[in-house]
Design a protein around this ligand. Structure first.
Ligand code: SF4
Length: 103
């Protein structure tokens, strides 16, 4: 698993594979949060994200959930996710995929 920067794992995701699709937070202004202050927000190269998914399917076949990070990964364009097949990629790699509003 490749991950740039300090990894923050929510307690509810203790057993999840953390997939870094974006780096940092697109907002990065909440006064109570300094998790991503040291990073400039950007999307990771899709090829690298899909490589991580494929690797997770090989080395962590028992994984039951994938948590997509970083701070605001769902800001990514839905067409990018859908046309690239990246929402289906975890299933192809033997990992479950689910999109849910975290709030
Ligand atoms: S990660 Fe969440 S809490 Fe932290 S700055 Fe970004 S939006 Fe705010």
């Amino acid at each position: 698993m490749r991950y740039e920067g300090k990894l923050y794992r929510p307690p509810s995701e203790a057993r999840s594979y953390i997939l870094q699709a974006t780096i940092g937070c697109s907002h990065n202004l909440c006064t109570y949060c300094d998790m991503y202050r040291d990073r400039t927000f950007r999307e990771r190269e899709l090829a690298a994200v899909l490589e991580d998914v494929a690797e997770a399917g090989r080395v962590m076949p028992g994984t039951e959930r994938v948590f997509v990070a970083d701070g605001d990964a769902l800001i990514m364009d839905v067409p990018r996710w859908l046309t690239s097949g990246s929402l289906r990629a975890p299933a192809r790699a033997g990992l479950p995929a689910r999109v849910a509003d975290p709030l």
